[in-house]
Design a protein around this ligand. Sequence first.
Ligand SMILES: [Zn+2]
Length: 201
Amino acid sequence: MTRHRIPARQGLSFELSAGESFEIVDPEGAQVADLVAFRADDHAERFSPKYTYRREGTLRPSTGNRLYTTEGNAILRIVDDDCGVHDLLYGPCNHWILEEYYGQDGIGCRGNLSEVLGPEGIRTSDLQETMNVFMKSAIEGDRVEIVEPDSEPGDSIGLEAEMDALVGVTACSGEAVVNAGEAKPIDVRLPDGALLRTTFE
Ligand SMILES: [Zn+2]
């Protein structure tokens, strides 16, 4: 396994074979990492938050839960999880979310994912559905809002591939409550040689 640091507001992509695993680590705490996953031999089939909570019956998947695709197949399984609080409801931040909600410039998680997955044929319009690792959404009645993450410095989540997969991970760009006010780095531990592309040097 090789540890890679994703600097604040950046992202990377990698390839996994079925049975291989990886970890996402929040080195400083209270930092969100957006995760997307595509079937390696058919990118039209991709991780679906909606079908994941349909199949698993929870909005907060954790150890033992599987992440399912747009065709209802398991693509990733959570094998360990220090935090236990992640989000399946919100789409990835992007240029208009950063501008309208956070008063920031930038391309956000969707732009970063597009940069590292676009060369594989993934369109920006196919990057709407993420597992927002370490992100905390709070539901009260019919209202939903983003609150500060529960993740502590060093918290990690481990996932194992249930099929050959193309995966993207970002360090979320929001300098707001979503990341407790400051965009920070995210670390990933990947199988040696799995790294495909980064938005940074
Ligand atoms: Zn983001």
